[in-house]
Write a protein that binds this ligand. Sequence first.
Ligand code: FE2
Length: 204
Amino acid sequence: MNYTVQEQLKPQNLINISQDQVDDHWNLYKGYVNQVNGLQKELAEMRANGQGSSLLYADRRRSYGFEYNGMILHELYFGNLHGANKDLNNGTLTEEIIKTWGSVENWKADFEAAGKMRGIGWAILYADSTTKELSNHFIPEHHIGVIATGNPILVLDVWEHAYMVDHKAGGRAKYIAAFMENIHWDRVEARYDATLQEKAIRRF
Ligand SMILES: [Fe+2]
């Protein structure tokens, strides 16, 4: 499969996140799509040439996991952002959040704390596809610490490139506060509903 940039996911008119910041970040996402396509081609050529067990192939295979998850997580991240500032509904996701953390405010504090952890990566609210339980995680880089049976319900990019246009390196807390104002809750809730219905979440 040749992957394409999912232009329909590009956020516009976010609150306290500039369009310059979004555009800059979007260009990085495009790079992941290009890298995935390039690596797929390269890996297929190497297999065809009998190099499938080579050290070079193994190195490229590791890169493939990094680039592939980089592409997917960016699509999920951009897909769960919009500037309409719509609140979380009083539905099944809210009920599960309250059941797990005691209140939406407690969940939010825990999720934001995951996003403020030292190091580059992602804060992700997962719904386990087997137990349906929710949990907040920090994922270093794109491919380390990913929850094997977890559906990413809400994805927050905390690599510095996500906020360096709007803020300096110390601006992560301001960026996270802005992110929380721009969550596309309808889409997040749809991902949770898909999990409950034993369906794959929509990536785009
Ligand atoms: Fe990013």
